[in-house]
Design a protein around this ligand. Structure first.
Ligand SMILES: Cc1cc2nc3c(=O)[nH]c(=O)nc-3n(C[C@H](O)[C@H](O)[C@H](O)COP(=O)(O)OP(=O)(O)OC[C@H]3O[C@@H](n4cnc5c(N)ncnc54)[C@H](O)[C@@H]3O)c2cc1C
Length: 404
């Protein structure tokens, strides 16, 4: 049986290897449109490839996906983060878990993963055709697939589509023409631009525990926040960009955020803390006594933003300024105008609608014998190895079921 995989990326290779593992006699070909396979794996995780995340509860793991959670929860029963670790271990690839639970090859090089896939594909007799860009597929009278590429027509019994995220809808047109519903693609995982905002002078400042909300929405995320020279980044911002990807696209990336610089501290708790400081350290100058886990530069910036005379003593703060300070510390408003792609990891949300796919097999509900895996689906995760995990999981299942 001829199995053709369209796209030589993470999901494409994992699908191809899964086909050969489950059906060693199958004739497997990967069609890759560019000159190189696994290009994104190469640059992933800053060149180190964050292959998965140390989260071994399938329900908890699925919660890291703004789109696809419900479908992946079931799929993880078949292949999850532990399966990924075991898969690489079987191929003598040593992985290492970092304190933030992100898992990388111990070599600290994405080339280790690429070499593993390419060697394994060569050993298993998988054919790789480069510069083969698929333009359309149809079926012939024998119920086989006719795959039209830029320079040839290829026949296949089964097809697995792993073309990755398509930034524009027209990249999915040939799949739409087969009857699949497409969810409009839009970017996820980006940082927030705040042009001209003086906060950018504090670039490099990190506050480890913050909570950030998008004004007038229910979107909220917690985690470290990094001030950059263009605005704000860090896990809290990236998570918000992922969960809010669609809403923020609709707002044309113009919105306001409210930052709680003190984790999720509530107003009355903060008021008690500040009143205690006034009581105990009332004679100290406000500028010199920064009671919070933030740099003195940020502390002084927030005092200035609140229009508090930094030279006054704590006991001279007064009720009005106390209220203003509380508001700045836990409800600090910034206007966002535009986004910047996160250099470490960005993904495309949207793609093939998940309703169109039988996740037990990853087979299309529209076209028998056609399977999907990876980012071409309307699945995306936050940063931390989740996007590759989705590629491995869906690729594994597609390969296992393609000839079953
Ligand atoms: C800079 C960067 C860093 C990242 N780092 C991480 C990370 O550390 N951890 C993580 O989990 N995720 C990371 N991601 C996300 C991750 O790379 C993707 O989610 C993952 O590569 C998706 O795999 P895929 O095989 O579905 O798609 P891709 O890797 O995009 O592969 C699709 C392949 O299909 C080919 N193709 C497309 N159209 C056609 C066609 N018509 N015919 C033939 N071939 C075609 C493409 O050329 C490509 O080679 C990162 C992303 C970026 C951009």
């Amino acid at each position: 049986m001829q199995v053709v995989i369209i796209g030589g990326g993470a999901a494409g290779f994992f699908s191809a290897l899964s086909v050969k593992e489950h059906f060693p006699a199958a004739d497997v070909t990967i069609l890759e449109k560019s000159l190189k396979v696994l290009a994104k794996v190469k640059i992933s995780g800053g060149g180190r490839c964050n292959v998965t995340h140390a989260c071994f509860d399938n329900v908890a793991l699925s919660k890291f996906y703004p789109r696809g959670e419900k479908y992946l929860r079931k799929a993880f029963e078949e292949f999850n983060a532990q399966s990924t670790i075991d898969w690489f271990k079987k191929r003598n690839i040593i992985l290492e878990t970092l304190p933030d639970n992100c898992i990388f090859p111990k070599s600290n090089s994405s080339q280790t993963i690429i070499d593993c896939f390419v060697n394994e594909a060569n050993n298993k007799g998988i054919t790789i055709k480069l510069q083969s860009s698929v333009k359309s597929i149809s079926k012939n009278e024998l119920n086989q697939f006719l795959i039209q590429t830029n320079d040839s027509e290829i026949i296949a019994d089964k097809v697995i589509v792993t073309i990755g995220g398509q930034p524009k809808r027209n990249g999915l047109e040939w799949l739409e023409n087969l009857g699949h519903k497409i969810i409009e693609p839009f970017p996820s995982l980006f940082t927030f631009n705040m042009p001209g905002n003086p906060i950018s002078e504090l670039m490099g400042n990190v506050v480890e525990k913050t909570t950030v909300k998008i004004e007038s929405t229910k979107l909220i995320a917690s985690g470290p926040l990094l001030v950059t020279h263009w605005g704000m980044s860090g896990p809290a911002i990236l998570k918000l960009s992922a969960w809010g990807a669609r809403i923020l696209a609709e707002k044309n990336y113009e919105f306001a955020i409210l930052v709680n610089w003190l984790d999720d501290l509530k107003e009355d708790q903060l008021r008690n803390q500040l009143e205690l400081i006034i009581l105990k350290n009332g004679d100290k100058k406000i500028t010199n006594l920064n009671p919070f886990p933030m740099t003195n530069r940020l502390w002084n910036f927030l005092l200035e933003k609140t229009s508090i005379n930094k030279e006054i003593r704590w006991k001279e703060l007064g009720k009005k300024n106390l209220n203003k300070l509380i508001n700045t510390l836990i409800n600090d408003r910034y206007e966002v105008k535009g986004k910047t792609t996160f250099k470490e990891e960005f993904v495309t949300a949207g793609g093939i609608s998940l309703e169109e796919v039988d996740f037990r097999k990853m087979e299309s509900r529209r076209v028998e014998g056609l399977f999907f895996a990876g980012e071409v689906l309307d699945i995306d995760g936050v940063t931390g190895g989740f996007n590759f995990q989705a590629a491995w999981t869906t690729g594994w299942i597609a390969g296992k079921k393609v000839l079953a």
